[in-house]
Design a protein around this ligand. Structure first.
Ligand SMILES: NC(=O)c1ccc[n+]([C@@H]2O[C@H](COP(=O)([O-])OP(=O)(O)OC[C@H]3O[C@@H](n4cnc5c(N)ncnc54)[C@H](OP(=O)(O)O)[C@@H]3O)[C@@H](O)[C@H]2O)c1
Length: 472
């Protein structure tokens, strides 16, 4: 059963003429309206520099919903939704435009106490202008305003810290929602739920019992459409710094007992700040797919990593000597995201027997599998016995990641968002790795398009006598 929101709200989308708004936010809002999750009293306000009339903007929103909503659009519901949609054209760095925007909200909702959600669907270079102008034109320190910022939060520890300090000048930390859409995935949300609800599983997944942890995020497409952004960042910063380290934190952190948002963030920060990269070439592999440099706008000298694999450790007694392997890449042979926890074997077990494994698949299936080893019938052959079940949400209760997270913002829940200390800790780790690879000239290995990626990724696991576990 889906929850319904009672309190009235305004959702302003800054950068409403852009790609994120078009392909993710508007279709998601339509779905939430269609599933009757919104109250009668809600307002969607687009804000951008493009000079659009109310009608032109509603047409743009309608078209984006028809193009990107994952089901069949109901014209009647769509037109009801569009009647809640408004547009304000203004610059991001002009305080007068923000005063005009504030006035517009006041005429829309006279004498009503509203939650005002401000979604930043703009490039990060515009974040500070919007923060400043929202802060300067704020009604009162008590206004119920919530800022939603999408990853990336800065592009290194220093710029993330700077953003944190800047936003803190105008807003309290609890008014800021740092969104990484991975945390809206049903499987990612289920990691902690599984650990909390299954003592036995949690005992198995303790450092003393785990041989290694592997996280794989393979994509089969390249980066043509996002090349301007990607060429500056690469896979290490785009995929590992936030998405995959967040997944690792949820698996390895201590389980907070109270379940409060603050205790969760504290534990996540604690483990993220303990992740260590030992400066050695055997702990990093970078790659680039063969046709990457043929993309328009990519310099021939580009060393941007479209593939990265790391060997990490956690500076904790409880995870002592448990290697963590993370790899992610683009233009590979398959789109597949999964995590494998390989359990220790008895010392007397023959090397030929596979280890027990706990596997969580994120894509294409959302599935939990536990692989045990047993004798095959009366033979002397040992094989995996898998017990497996889907953990995908089913039917009408499923929402896209942005829908799940937007509902959280409207309801004031911060569990599935990041905190600035977590962001800064993961940037500190990533900065150290980037610095090491540049200073030591870590080779960027060219790999064939649609292949399994750089061959030397095997060395990352071989160091400890393990192998990457490929799910077929
Ligand atoms: N697109 C995605 O799938 C995606 C996925 C994850 C995260 N994100 C994040 O979401 C945010 C928005 O992404 P997006 O792809 O929607 O960006 P975008 O399309 O490039 O920009 C959104 C809007 O911002 C305004 N804008 C663009 N460049 C600007 C500039 N240099 N100065 C001032 N305004 C500018 C434009 O509106 P006006 O000119 O009309 O004002 C544009 O329509 C980014 O932080 C991005 O990293 C995007």
């Amino acid at each position: 059963m889906l929850e319904k929101i009672d309190q009235p709200f305004i959702l302003t989308i800054f950068g409403a003429s852009g790609n994120l708004a078009e392909i993710k936010i508007f279709p998601t809002l339509y779905e939430l309206k269609m599933k009757r999750m919104f109250p009668k009293d809600f307002y969607v306000v687009g804000y951008a520099r493009s000079p659009l009339s109310q009608e032109e903007f509603r047409n743009f929103v309608g078209k984006s919903i028809k193009a990107h909503y994952r089901g069949k659009v109901n014209e009647k519901i769509l037109s009801a939704f569009l009647s809640h949609v408004h547009y304000v054209s203004g610059k991001y760095n002009n305080e007068n435009d923000f005063k005009r925007y504030r006035k517009f909200l006041a005429t829309l909702t006279p004498n009503k106490k509203m939650t005002n959600i401000c979604y930043f669907a703009v490039p990060p270079l515009v974040f500070k202008d919007i923060i400043r102008n929202l802060g300067e034109t704020g009604k009162s320190p008590n206004e119920d305003i919530r800022l939603v910022l999408e990853k990336p939060f800065g592009d290194n520890a220093s710029s993330a810290r700077d953003l944190f300090h800047f936003v803190s000048r105008y807003f309290n930390e609890d008014q800021v929602y740092l969104l990484d859409h991975y945390l809206g995935k049903a499987v990612v949300q289920s990691i902690l739920a599984l650990r909390q609800s299954n003592r036995i599983l949690n005992l198995m997944m303790k450092g003393a019992e785990v041989a290694n942890i592997q996280i794989t995020a393979f994509e089969d497409v390249g980066v043509e459409e996002r090349i301007g952004y990607f060429e500056r960042v690469g896979t290490l910063k785009d995929m590992i710094q936030s998405h995959l380290l967040q997944v690792l934190a949820l698996i390895t952190m201590s389980i907070p007992v109270t379940g409060s948002d603050a205790s969760l963030h504290r534990e996540k920060y604690s483990i993220l700040s303990a992740i260590k990269f030992s400066r050695s070439k055997r702990n990093i592999v970078l790659g680039q797919y063969e046709s990457y440099k043929k993309i328009k706008g990519v310099p021939k000298s580009s060393k941007t990593d479209t593939f990265a694999a790391l060997r990490l450790f956690i500076d904790r007694q409880s995870w002592y000597r448990v290697p963590i392997y993370i790899r992610s890449g683009k233009k590979l042979h398959e789109k597949h995201t999964y995590m494998v926890i390989e359990l220790k074997k008895h010392e007397f077990q023959p090397a030929s027997q596979p280890p027990n494994r706990v596997i969580l698949e994120f894509f294409p299936e959302e599935k939990l599998t536990i692989k045990l080893v047993n004798k095959h019938g009366r033979t002397e052959r040992y094989q995996d016995v898998a017990t497996s079940d889907t953990i995908a949400c089913e039917g009408d209760s499923c929402l896209p990641e942005h829908g799940v997270l937007l509902m959280d913002v409207i309801c004031g829940r911060k569990k599935h968002f990041l905190s600035f200390p977590e962001v800064i800790a993961t940037w500190e780790l990533t900065d150290g790795i980037v610095k090491y690879s540049k200073r030591n000239n870590v080779k960027v290995e060219i790999y064939k398009d649609n292949s399994k990626g750089p061959k030397s990724q095997e060395n990352i696991t071989k160091t400890d006598g393990f192998e990457w576990f490929d799910i077929h």
